[in-house]
Structures are given as structure tokens and as C-alpha cells.
Design a protein around this ligand. Structure first.
Ligand SMILES: [Zn+2]
Ligand SMILES: [Zn+2]
Length: 290
């Protein structure tokens, strides 16, 4: 495969967000809005690039897909972010303080090393959670994300609310790190995971794709075959799949599950309750038959 200029787009975005947070004024870093604005701006910008650098015509956004994706993006940035902060991160910080856990050494590391720690800690958690979702009862929460019948920049935000909450959990709050490094690490994860879902003709060179998940890796994870979906679990850091033996080479073009039926928002939300709802239905039917 010959390299084309577009292939350098994901690494350029990673470099840009690193430079942004490394040199951001303190007022921006301390603002409660800055992370939310960046987390919304990145997917919207990459979504706009799909219009001029499309990978597959079959994945092109129509109005319904666009409206759904925007809705989930906002839901993640508001409701899920609020739940994660109040139900997971604040209690974790309180436990850290009461147990006297300190990692002061981390405050003195070079900026990019701190960013690397944030990426590694968050991605180890996401990898473990995502792999568990594919191999335990948690699958019922993750399956709606695999019912997607096309991939687009904002599709990483689409799924069952329980899954969206579970996949957002991390223990990064246990580390003493400068806010700018934490925001930078999260921004790099947003860039890489958004590009991993984006319908863009970018196939980054090995210096990027050895470490970070690309659309090739993640589209294979979304393809219709069972074995393919049990590989390439890393949302952003494909290096973890390489290390833990779950890496698979290839690319998916036809994506989806169960006859590739697109689920409505209601179906995605109620999906984990399906076994229960089915049982109620059967019981009702046998009651009326009896
Ligand atoms: Zn999955
Ligand atoms: Zn995905």
C-alpha cells in the first residue's frame, strides 16, 4: 500500500492536540468547559472531513444517522460525563484521600510521559472492559454498538447507556497528574477512537498504526463474522491487542450483527432487558392460550 497525504491526518491530529494542551494558557486548562468543548469539537471536525475524504459510499451519513449520532455525542458529553464524575471519579478521589494514596512522583515527569501514563491507564481499563463485554453477560450491553450497520466519526458514542457508562470508567483519578496532561491524554484517546470509527480514506503509517487503533483494525472488529469481532478490542491503543494476543490483521467493509438490522434508539436502550421482556411475552402468550 503506497502512502498518501491523507494517511498522515490521524498522526497530525494527535500532534496538534498534544501541542494544544502543552501550550494552553492556565485559564483554559482550569475552565470546566474546555475539555467538553474539545471532546465535542474533535468528532465534529473529523465528521466534517468525511464529506471530502469518504472511504465507503455505503457508510455515507444520511439525515437519520446524523441526527442519531449527534444525539449520542451530546448524551455522552453531558449525562454520561456527569454520571462518571459523580458516581466513579469523585468517590475514587475521596477514597484516595482517605487512604492517603499519593503519587507525587508523577507530577515531576516530562509532560509527554505523563500523557503516556494517562493513555495507558485509561486504555488498559477500556481494553479489559471491552474484552469482558465480548466474553461475559456484559455482551447484552455492548451488542447494540455492534448492530451499527455503518461506521462514522461519531459512532463511537453510539450504544446502550449502561455500556457507555461502563466503558467510560477508569482509575486515572488515583494518579496525581497535572490537569493539562490528563486532558491531553483524554484528547489523544478521543482523536484516535474517533478516527477508528471514521469513514475516511486514511491508513496511517506503521509509526502510528503499530500503537494506535485505525479504521482498518476497528472495522474488522465491527464486521459480521464472530471470530473477527473477538479481536482488536482496544478502542485507541491497538498495541494492547498486539501484547495480549488478540490482534488480528484485516479490514471490515460490511459491518453489523444479526442480519445487519439497524436498531432504533429505544431498541438500543432496552436491549439488555430483551431476555426478560421475551420471557414476559411468552408467559403472557401461554396465559392467554391456557
Ligand atoms: Zn466490541
Ligand atoms: Zn466501535
Amino acid at each position: 500500500m503506497t502512502t498518501k497525504p491523507l494517511d498522515f491526518l490521524p498522526p497530525a491530529f494527535v500532534a496538534a492536540v498534544c501541542a494544544f494542551w502543552a501550550f494552553a494558557p492556565a485559564a483554559w486548562v482550569d475552565s470546566p468547559w474546555s475539555m467538553m468543548i474539545v471532546a465535542l469539537a474533535i468528532p465534529l471536525l473529523i465528521q466534517a472531513i468525511e464529506a471530502v475524504a469518504e472511504r465507503h459510499a455505503d457508510w455515507r451519513l444520511d439525515r437519520r444517522e446524523f441526527a442519531t449520532d449527534i444525539g449520542y455525542l451530546l448524551f455522552n458529553a453531558t449525562v454520561i460525563a456527569w454520571l462518571t464524575t459523580h458516581l466513579a471519579e469523585d468517590p475514587l478521589r475521596a477514597a484516595k484521600a482517605s487512604l492517603g494514596i499519593t503519587t507525587g512522583w508523577a507530577m515531576h515527569l516530562p509532560f509527554l510521559v505523563q500523557v503516556g501514563i494517562v493513555i495507558l491507564v485509561i486504555e488498559l481499563g477500556q481494553y479489559a472492559m471491552h474484552r469482558a463485554m465480548h466474553n461475559t453477560f456484559l455482551w447484552h450491553t455492548h451488542a447494540p454498538h455492534h448492530h451499527l450497520t455503518q461506521l462514522n466519526a461519531m459512532k463511537g458514542a453510539v450504544g446502550n447507556p449502561v455500556e457507555l457508562f461502563l466503558i467510560s470508567l477508569s482509575v486515572v483519578a488515583l494518579f496525581d497528574l497535572p490537569t493539562a496532561a490528563v486532558f491531553c491524554g483524554i484528547s489523544v484517546l478521543v482523536v484516535t477512537s474517533v478516527f477508528a470509527h471514521a469513514n475516511i480514506r486514511a491508513d496511517p503509517p506503521l509509526f502510528y498504526s503499530f500503537f494506535f487503533t485505525t479504521i482498518r483494525h476497528h472495522s474488522l472488529h465491527h464486521s459480521t463474522g464472530y471470530d473477527e469481532t473477538r479481536s482488536n478490542y482496544a478502542n485507541s491503543l491497538i498495541l494492547l491487542d498486539r501484547l495480549f494476543g488478540t490482534y488480528r490483521e484485516g479490514e471490515g467493509v460490511v459491518v453489523g450483527q444479526d442480519e445487519r438490522r439497524r436498531l432504533s434508539i429505544r431498541e438500543q436502550t432496552l436491549f439488555p432487558l430483551r431476555p426478560l421482556l421475551d420471557r414476559v411475552k411468552v408467559r403472557r402468550r401461554s396465559a392467554t392460550a391456557g
